[in-house]
Design a protein around this ligand. Structure first.
Ligand code: NDP
Length: 234
């Protein structure tokens, strides 16, 4: 059954791979972007998720064009890395505002229509570092760990209405976000990945479409790692 799917930050990177995977299986897919426009074949809405009014307007635009959002993938995220003692409060709250509060804004807006439909799938894109920790990423790791508590609370609030909320925790994925890391840092990371390689965005996308599908109807409040074994046990 075709669903209406919204992927935040679906204009590039992991979000684009996720959006394309849903489109390939015949769903109606919308992506948010911040001015780049939408890749071919996807319905684009301009939206900065730090702005509640923009989130509301984006959902309304998607509803009018494709119908109520049945599957939300809260994927948009940023990093602003630096060590704790050098991290300004703005660097901390800025990352939280996008990664955590931005996901909250989208989940809240999506949930009202999901409740009415008594069906919904919310998937948060977290990170292995949310539970594993990472030097230089106090802000980012806190934002990603917060998504776990958010998903599990939504699970307890909305589970009886057939709405699931899950977290996907990718490890080291080949996108713009990781391309900026120096070679030496990338090599160091790879040493800690049992599979010994980075993942392609499509490998994350396959897990997300699974979680949105009928085969995952009884999975909720889960944190699914897609990290080549990097974060085992966390
Ligand atoms: P990219 O840097 O390639 O893309 C980030 C996306 O988020 C872009 O679409 C960007 O939009 C969007 N975005 C950022 N800020 C906002 C905002 N305020 N409002 C709306 N959209 C915004 O990242 P990745 O594809 O690598 O990462 C996607 C998600 O996966 C992120 O949440 C990231 O934390 C997570 N992740 C990534 C890993 C990796 O190794 N790459 C590992 C673990 C998790 P725009 O194009 O307009 O800038």
């Amino acid at each position: 059954m075709a669903r209406t799917v919204l992927v935040t930050g679906g204009n590039r990177g992991i979000g684009l791979a996720i959006a394309q995977a849903f489109a390939k299986q015949g769903d109606r897919v919308a992506v948010t972007h911040r001015g780049s426009g939408a890749p071919e074949g996807l319905f684009g809405v301009q939206c900065d998720i730090t702005d509640s009014a923009a989130v509301d307007a984006a959902f309304t635009e998607v509803e009018n064009a494709l119908g109520p959002v049945e599957v939300l993938v809260a994927n948009a995220g940023v990093t602003q890395d630096t060590l704790l003692l050098r991290m300004s409060e703005e660097q901390f709250t800025g990352v939280i505002d996008t990664n955590l509060t931005g996901s909250f804004r989208c989940a809240k807006r999506a949930a009202s229509k999901m409740l009415r439909a008594r069906w919904g799938r919310i998937i948060f894109i977290s990170s292995v570092v949310g539970l594993y920790g990472s030097p230089g990423q106090v802000n980012y790791a806190a934002s990603k760990a917060g998504l776990v508590g958010m998903a599990r609370s939504i699970t307890r609030e909305l589970g009886s209405r057939n709405i699931t909320a899950n977290v996907v925790a990718p490890g080291f994925i080949e996108t713009d976000m990781t391309a900026v890391l120096p070679e030496a840092t990338q090599a160091e990371y790879k040493k800690n990945i049992p599979l010994g390689r980075m993942a392609k965005p499509e490998e994350v996308a396959d897990v997300v479409t699974f979680l949105a599908g009928d085969a995952a109807a009884y999975i909720t409040g889960a944190v699914i790692p897609v990290d080549g074994g990097m974060g085992m046990g966390h």
